[in-house]
Design a protein around this ligand. Structure first.
Ligand code: SAM
Length: 276
């Protein structure tokens, strides 16, 4: 497989675009391992984002019922015609997934699992799109830059913990399930990667998601400031009101936002909604 894909890319005159994060997987064992870790089963529909040369697409299609694969780079069409030849359960959509209208896309599907080897620049917007706008996504397994993986799965109070971690907690639990060295990609990137698996449906209870998001962004707005200061600045509360809210949540008045767990953010959002 490795030599085949590399020679197909070269025969098609394909040139890798760094700005699209085009580091492809050519290692057969890694491909099988991602398919297994994704948890996608025989009867599933898998949505892949960024099929590249189609190596992961092919491995997925050999296991599941249907693969819908999005790719923004149309110059990959002749490559994919060859690497996906003979597979009748794959549909390649040449479109930027970030621009896909989710209700329209999901209207024709029962449910689906997302599997992707994501370029760095789309990781956060793409995960946020699925967390906030998908209704039928039942699982997500993504390969991302290792430091992003650690951030996504970070615990409250650690340096890696950030707004994205707290936002993910709304819908899913996530864990790093595999570390992947840079040597397994073509061309070789400057960083190592990791596979993160999200289990949907294990999120926290939040009545007002927009308010939760506002609280989280306020808390991480200025990491060095106390949560009290960030609440005053983002919500326009008086210092006294911010202190009353924090006291009601049993949060230390000197606490910084990064020390709060997603459940505490949810409680804070609830109390703020009652004060408004
Ligand atoms: N899945 C392939 C693999 O693992 O070898 C390719 C992975 S490569 C890291 C990411 C791919 O995503 C590239 O082919 C790139 O062109 C594509 N891509 C980047 N941004 C995209 C977007 N917004 N929507 C769809 N595809 C995108």
């Amino acid at each position: 497989m490795e030599t085949d894909v590399k020679s197909i890319l070269s025969e098609c005159g394909f040139s890798f675009k760094k700005q699209l994060g085009q580091n492809f997987i050519t290692d057969k064992n890694l491909l099988s391992s991602i398919v297994a870790l994704s948890g996608a089963e025989e009867g599933d529909t898998v949505v892949e984002i960024g099929c590249g040369a189609g190596t992961l697409t092919r491995a997925l299609a050999q296991k599941v019922k249907r693969v819908i694969s999005f790719e923004v780079d149309k110059t990959l069409a002749p490559v994919l015609q060859r690497t996906l030849a003979g597979l009748e359960n794959v549909e390649v959509v040449f479109k930027d997934f970030l621009k896909v209208d989710m209700p329209e896309f999901e209207s024709g599907l029962k449910d689906y699992v997302v599997v992707a080897n994501l370029p760095y620049y789309v990781t956060t917007p793409l995960i946020m799109k699925l967390i906030e706008s998908s209704e039928k996504c039942k699982g997500l397994c993504v390969m991302v830059q290792e430091e992003v993986a650690d951030r996504l799965c970070a615990k409250a109070g650690t340096a890696d913990y950030g707004a994205i971690t707290a936002m993910v907690a709304l819908r899913a639990e996530c864990a790093v399930v595999k570390r992947v060295p840079r040597t397994l990609f073509t061309p070789r990137p400057n960083v190592d990667s990791a596979v993160v698996k999200f289990t949907f449906g294990k999120g926290i209870e939040v009545a007002d998601k927009a308010l939760y998001k506002k609280v989280v962004h306020a808390a991480f707005g200025s990491r060095r400031k106390t949560l009290e200061n960030n609440l005053v600045n983002s919500f326009g509360f008086s210092r006294q009101k911010a202190q009353e809210i924090l006291t009601e949540c049993r949060i230390d008045l000197k606490a910084r936002g990064e020390t709060l767990t997603p459940k505490q953010f949810a409680e804070l959002a609830k109390i703020i909604s009652e004060y408004k």
